[in-house]
Design a binder for this molecule. Sequence first.
Ligand code: NAD
Ligand code: GLY
Length: 366
Amino acid sequence: MRIIPVDLGHCSYRIVLGHQVFAEAETGRLLAAAASDRKCLIVTDTTVGPLYADQAQASLVRAGAAACSVVTFPAGEASKTLSTVATLYEAAVSAQLDRSDCVVALGGGVVGDVAGFSAATYMRGVSYLQFPTTLLALVDSSVGGKTGVDLAAGKNLVGAFHQPSLVVGDLTFLGSLPVREMRCGLAEVAKYAMIMDVDFYGELMANAQLLLAREPRVAERVIARCCRLKVKVVQADETEQGMRAILNYGHTFGHALEKVGGFSRLNHGEAVSAGMGMAVDLASAAGLSSVDLPSRQDDLFSRLGLPLTASMPDVNPDDVLAAMQADKKVQGGRLRLVLPREIGRVEVLDYTDTERMLKAIEGRLG
Ligand code: NAD
Ligand code: GLY
């Protein structure tokens, strides 16, 4: 079991990681500090709830929660909406949650983002805990306090920064995660290597097979390393005034791919994987990185079983570019892109050469 501190002044918290961590006494103590004598509302989805809600509920009751109810919404990105948030507010009212009570997000990034946003806004803000159950949520979305929902106009267009008061990641939950979802998480894992840790690139190249096989020690080591990398960035720039933007590597392309695919053709991790391919091709074509960087990134992605392209040959690159221009990373009409210089180093640039962008998009659509 590992405990990673997140030092954010009065919003500081801990990330507990390991196998069977809900059975550990230290987890019980941390849960008690966060939830005892409070009413808890577990928010989960229709896949995760039947698998793990009883266990989460039992842990919270053992930790002294005053009451613990569960609300479930349909699994998937299509639920990441304001209308789901409205049903969560209703559930919070039914469970008589007041400002001293707490929300518990049990699930992947969709549950975490929606539950976190509901917690950020219900009664002007209640505390919430993250119990991440996907690899993507373990290494990325449960940490750092970004919460929100999608609008028809684009991904994550409504949201709030709201840090959880505790993150408990039980890696045994990964045992039931479909391979496709495991790969989505690996896209975010590979992202950390590309943006900020060249040694991690080497470790992932060496251990890709073990990681794909969910070998417990390798999985725990890799997940903890990702959390530490993310914590370092979030501690330096909690509300993305500057360097936190590097965590969006591949995401401006990826969010656009998700949108043109109607949020159903590609999962988030798949879109980000193809998006990082577009970004590295663009960087190389623009002379910002060496010519072999795309193939070095592709080598790692192939080892991890990640898609190198979006597999959407029918999509028009102009539509992807238009969706990118509607992204919330556009500032004053300028498109800000995270582009790699070398493995482990990226730069955030205003990028205006639309011809090159269209070429990079086209090259990875098929
Ligand atoms: P998800 O939450 O939709 O989970 C993927 C699927 O796996 C769902 O069907 C879910 O029910 C199922 N599932 C979850 N845990 C399971 C388990 N242990 N066993 C079996 N099935 C399980 O998707 P995700 O990939 O976890 O998250 C993607 C979302 O996260 C996107 O909306 C993205 O925008 C968001 N995100 C947010 C941040 C952030 O910082 N807040 C960072 C990255 C991504
Ligand atoms: N996943 C991007 C961020 O947390 O900033």
